[in-house]
Write a protein that binds this ligand. Structure first.
Ligand SMILES: *Cc1c(COP(=O)(O)O)cnc(C)c1O
Length: 364
């Protein structure tokens, strides 16, 4: 049967979740430190939890296929038209959908060597050719492992239909300024869609980076994705959104499954958006806790890359697999980087103070 799968699917492998987290939660209970998936340790806004409660009685109905109330709230929040927004079952779904809509076997897709892991999967699923552009070197003075925007612009071919670019990026935590983004966008031909994945935008405090959304009018080929999984702490509900020109959004809407975002997620996201203080608290907590964690890790003699996100990439300067295994045995889950070819690194989420302390104690 496997040989009956289409060419694009034959080239793919099923998602490897790494560890069996439900089993680990049973084994370690409250002592488990989950620092592998960049979740917000503060949890969601109480308003989001109340909205979920209130929406429970309606779950025998299909959700609103337009997500009208959430889109209206997002449009107000972002100062754009609701027609510029598509909703997704997490932004992961939207990243996949964009490739399905714009790429195919006769096209190529450009992304950075250490760009988000979903980019090559979305490309392969669409049957397109992946063009992985070497990242900035490990010893780069300001942004080691970051996106090399000059090289990315130069890698775009006439058949390149999409450029994916996470800003800030996962797993490196690196980022590019608004000015650098603008200069990059100016070099991309109008026939290539630029997808800027802003999953961590709410955590950014470098004033040189706000959002690529400010360039939407200047570049109609730009789309920006965001998520409620990170700063809004709704990862378990799966809701994200993409913003672009009404024309790009109408293309994405053709392939979007009509009920892709469930009714609890719609209600929770709308309520979370109405609680900016909670996001501000999450950002402030993350900023101060990340500073504390980075100081402690550096005091252990480790190299920690600069980050504008809720995780840090740590360079252990030797094979990190045994370190990850030791942490695992001690109930501390972090993310190995072998899949990116970064065997000496681990990606560690900024957790609660108790989790971060457990990590530091468990380090071999
Ligand atoms: C976590 C993350 C996402 C969010 O995925 P969801 O499907 O919205 O949960 C998207 N992009 C990047 C770079 C991420 O790290």
């Amino acid at each position: 049967m496997a040989s009956l799968a289409n060419a694009a699917t034959r080239a793919l492998r099923a998602y490897d979740p790494g560890h069996d987290l439900p089993a680990l939660r049973k084994r370690f209970g409250a002592a488990l430190a989950e620092l592998g998936s960049n979740e917000n340790p503060l949890g969601p806004s109480p308003r989001a939890l109340a909205a979920i409660q209130a929406a429970l009685s309606g779950i025998f109905r299909y959700p609103d296929p337009q997500g009208g109330a959430l889109k209206a709230a997002l449009a107000r929040h972002l100062g754009i038209d609701a027609g510029q927004i598509a909703l997704g079952n997490g932004s992961h779904e939207l990243l996949m959908l964009i490739a399905q809509c714009f790429a195919d076997a006769n096209t190529s897709v450009v992304f950075s060597e250490f760009g988000f892991a979903v980019f090559p999967i979305a490309t392969a699923a669409a049957g397109a050719i992946s063009i992985r552009v070497p990242a900035l070197p490990r010893d780069h003075s300001t942004m080691p492992l970051g996106h090399d925007l000059d090289a990315m612009a130069a890698a775009i071919r006439p058949d390149t239909r999409i450029v994916y670019l996470a800003n800030p990026n996962n797993p490196t935590g690196t980022w590019v300024s608004d000015a650098a983004m603008d200069a990059f966008l100016a070099r991309v031909p109008a026939t290539t869609v630029v997808v800027v994945d802003e999953a961590y935008q709410e955590f950014v405090d470098d004033l040189a980076l706000t959002t690529a959304m400010r360039f939407l009018e200047k570049y109609p080929n730009l789309v920006v994705t965001r998520t409620f999984s990170k700063a809004y702490a709704l990862a378990g509900l799966r809701v994200g959104y993409t913003v672009g020109s009404p024309e790009s959004i109408s293309v994405i809407e053709r392939l979007r499954e009509s009920f892709n975002v469930n009714s609890l997620a719609l209600a929770a996201a709308e309520a979370a958006l109405a609680d900016p203080q909670h996001v501000a608290r999450s950002k402030a907590f993350n900023g101060s806790e990340r500073t504390w964690l980075v100081e402690r890790l550096r005091a252990c003699g480790l190299r920690v890359l600069a980050s504008q996100t809720n995780f840090v990439l740590v360079d252990f300067a030797r094979d990190a697999a045994p370190i990850e295994a030791t942490l695992f045995e001690r109930g501390v889950i972090v993310r190995p980087m072998g899949g990116y070819g970064l065997n000496e690194f681990l990606r560690i989420s900024v957790g609660s103070r108790a989790e971060n302390e457990r990590l530091l104690e468990a380090l071999p």
